[in-house]
Design a protein around this ligand. Structure first.
Ligand SMILES: Cc1cc2nc3c(=O)[nH]c(=O)nc-3n(C[C@H](O)[C@H](O)[C@H](O)COP(=O)(O)OP(=O)(O)OC[C@H]3O[C@@H](n4cnc5c(N)ncnc54)[C@H](O)[C@@H]3O)c2cc1C
Length: 436
């Protein structure tokens, strides 16, 4: 067993038993380093979404997980933790956390079960290479020498947050034994904008209930007619210039944009950035109102508070820190009195509120991403057993595989489900070999 993250821990637990001895090799000094950081240390282990929606959270690759989820899914995971003393609770967006809000309780439960199943753990042991003979995995070479094995499970994670131990070693080892590695890419990652000064001026402002649109073009080329007319996402055209849209919470940072809806769109944006010359976003700050309704609202405010300034009118529509930077975009003097704001200016204000635009230059690097997209190609792993289709008795689980989910507990559920499947399959395989 290579790697002591959530997928490796549950794989080791399930590989043990029926006389099978399991050795877990972990590169760092401790187990579950990333797990302890997860969910801002509260550990969002899974989500309450029904299966079909759940699979959609992994994009096109989601259907590959159907087998793993059929064997070990959310309720099995919640039961597993309940049996080990960790009761779970559900929060907004179906997110499921330990009731104690403590990721360390999740890790303790896994470690307890690891001990109960007799798994031997060696930390500070970096695996360097998978040994194969005639297309069969027979052991590993490590920083502490060679270890022969009847089967090898690779659970080394992705390449993000390398300080936790996941630094892409598994990709190199899998490639060395003949696997295709889908190019690793940052997923669930903040975005850097060209208009850095504007973002910086609004740094720290968190907006709830806004809609973010991403386009494969420069911001000035965004066609806004439909965007401004529609309040219903179903009306949005699926033209090739619209990359995607998300509704929810967004955060301005000193370099650009963060927050859940930005993270959710980031992988699609990163893919577009590698394929098209320009990517931009538009933030609809008032998605509940149509352009007309918003113009009427501004007019009402101007009529009611004629002595207020442009900035004063906008203060009723925006968080205070956004007002000055926003006014600078409008080409209307900040001190212009509301009674002097004409229809053209009102239209400009409403349009800007419905489509605050930024050009995206890049995302933060892979090391800063919550998840690594890409990894061991799904075409080369048996989805029913997690065994390699290239090297016999080699299994994969967790983020090392080409699976990346949305925020909301999807990545940990994938790690636990594929880990369970890999562990059980390795156990069955070894038992069969020992019987012969
Ligand atoms: C800040 C942050 C917050 C997150 N929050 C959530 C959340 O709330 N919910 C959610 O679903 N997902 C979350 N994720 C994602 C989730 O944590 C990962 O998808 C998950 O940990 C992947 O599990 P894994 O076991 O595949 O890999 P990892 O957890 O990365 O574990 C891999 C292990 O393998 C070890 N290893 C690597 N190379 C070697 C080697 N050569 N030899 C031996 N050992 C090696 C590493 O040291 C590490 O211990 C978060 C991620 C981050 C970074």
């Amino acid at each position: 067993m290579v790697g002591g993250g959530p997928s490796g821990l549950i794989a080791a637990i399930n590989a043990a038993g029926n006389g099978v001895e399991v050795l877990l090799l972990e590169k760092t000094a401790s187990l579950g380093n990333k797990l302890l950081l997860s969910g801002k240390t509260r550990c969002n282990i899974t989500n309450a979404e029904p299966l079909e929606n759940f699979l959609l959270a992994y994009g096109d690759n989601g259907k590959w997980l159907r087998n793993a989820f059929a064997r070990f899914f959310r309720d099995d995971l919640i039961d597993f933790f309940a049996q080990n003393g960790v009761i779970c609770k559900q929060e907004r967006g179906g997110r499921i956390f330990p009731a104690s809000d403590a990721a360390r309780d999740v890790l303790f439960a896994l470690q307890k079960e690891l001990k109960a199943t007799g798994v031997e753990v060696v930390t500070d042991c970096a695996v360097k290479k998978i040994i194969t003979k005639g297309g069969v995995a027979t052991g590993v070479v490590t920083s502490r020498g060679e270890f022969p094995a009847s089967a090898v499970i690779l659970a080394t994670g992705g390449a993000s947050y390398p300080q936790t131990g996941s630094s892409g070693d598994g990709f190199k080892m899998a490639r060395a034994v003949g696997h295709t590695i889908v190019t690793p890419m940052p997923a669930l990652v903040p975005l850097v904008v060209q208009e850095v000064e504007l973002a910086k001026a609004m740094q720290g402002v968190s907006l709830k209930n806004v809609r973010l649109f991403a386009f494969a073009c420069k911001s000035e080329a965004i066609v806004t007619d439909w965007l401004l007319a529609a309040t219903n996402t179903k009306k949005y055209p699926q033209g090739n210039y619209l990359i995607g849209s998300e509704f929810g919470e967004l955060l301005f940072t000193h370099f650009g944009l963060g927050g859940p809806i930005v993270l959710s769109l980031s992988l699609a944006i990163n893919k577009a950035l590698s394929a098209t010359p320009a990517v931009s976003v538009a933030i609809d700050l008032k998605p509940a109102l149509s352009l007309k309704q918003l113009e009427a609202r501004i007019q009402r405010d101007c009529d009611a508070y004629g002595k207020r300034t442009t900035a004063g009118i906008l203060a009723g529509l925006l968080p205070s820190k956004m007002v000055a930077p926003f006014v600078s975009l409008l080409d209307i003097p900040a001190d212009k009195r509301a009674c002097d704001i004409n229809a053209v200016m009102r239209g400009r204000m409403a349009t800007a509120l419905k489509s605050l635009r930024f050009n995206i230059t890049r995302s933060l690097p892979l090391s800063r991403a919550i998840v690594t997209a890409g990894g061991v190609s799904l075409a080369e792993v048996n989805p029913q057993t997690m065994e390699s289709l290239t090297v016999k008795r080699l299994f994969f689980c967790g983020e090392v595989i080409d699976i990346a989910g949305d925020t909301g507990g999807y990545n940990l559920q994938a790690a636990f489900s594929t880990g369970f499947q890999a562990g059980k399959s390795a156990n069955h395989l070894i038992c069969r070999v020992q019987e012969r």
